[in-house]
Design a protein around this ligand. Structure first.
Ligand code: ATP
Length: 234
């Protein structure tokens, strides 16, 4: 479905991604793991067309995304929930969700999609009229994810959904990620929180200073001695 091959990317003179290759298959949850500053967000920006790489290919369903303008991605079925959530603070929950269904493929079905999102996140249903800025951090994260789902994506890219949330709220968010995955949406899950991300993913990649140093199934990564020592504190 999504395939990155040999991506090199830089901000001016600062080289950030080195020969990065990764793949997300249909309906898969793939964890993209690494510490602060490893280049995870830069990778998502590259996929979304916000940063043009120096070299490499980004292919989605056989289409070369680097040749398409970034604003076309929602029409292809790719949704990106950026770090920090990015909901419209002064719009209420319902307005934020409706704004999310802006692509051609999503607009026609937005009433049914809204029901699906409310089914997944009953809290958003209860708080439809509440301004986004007055929601808790966890509710804002759910709203950001709900808004992305309004695009009816086939691939959902989540940039550190656990950031800044209390552990019990993180549990809920990850449970929702599993439920979304069960509906057939593929998910590229960027996380610093390795243990949590691996608890929901099928496969994963570990990125260290711009290079993928490890990849494998969840079981392989969980059993890897280096991962245990460096990331899981075991
Ligand atoms: P985090 O988990 O902290 O978000 P990350 O893995 O997502 O980290 P990136 O945000 O992709 O990492 O950053 C990778 C590197 O690129 C870092 O060294 C960062 O300082 C640098 N960088 C990011 N954005 C820019 C920018 N706009 N200009 C210059 N350098 C940048």
């Amino acid at each position: 479905m999504l395939e990155l091959t040999g991506i090199n990317a830089a901000y001016g003179d600062v080289h950030v991604l080195y020969d990065l290759s990764l793949r997300v298959g249909e309906g898969e949850i793939v964890a993209f793991l690494g510490a602060n500053g490893a280049g995870k967000t830069t990778t998502l920006w590259t996929i979304s067309g916000l940063l043009k790489p120096l070299s490499g290919r980004v292919v989605f369903d056989g289409r070369d995304l680097l040749r398409l303008p970034g604003h076309r991605l929602p029409d292809l079925g790719i949704a990106h929930v950026p770090q920090g959530r990015g909901v419209f603070q002064t719009l209420n929950v319902l307005e934020n969700l409706m704004v999310g269904a802006y692509s051609h493929r999503a607009k026609a079905d937005r009433k049914q999609t809204l029901e699906m999102v409310f089914g997944l996140f009953p809290r958003l249903y209860e708080r439809q009229k509440q301004e986004a800025r007055t929601l808790s951090g966890g509710e804002q994260q759910m709203l950001a994810i709900g808004r992305a789902l309004m695009l009816k994506p086939r691939l959902l890219m989540l940039d550190e959904p656990s950031l800044g949330l209390a552990p019990v709220v993180v549990e809920t968010v990850f449970q929702k990620i599993v439920e979304i995955g069960q509906t057939g949406v593929a998910i590229l899950l960027v996380e610093q929180n390795l243990a949590q991300a691996l608890s929901v993913a099928h496969r994963g990649y570990v990125l260290e200073t711009g290079r993928i140093t490890l990849q494998g199934t969840t079981a392989e990564l969980q059993g890897n001695q280096y991962v245990k020592e460096a990331y899981l504190g075991l």
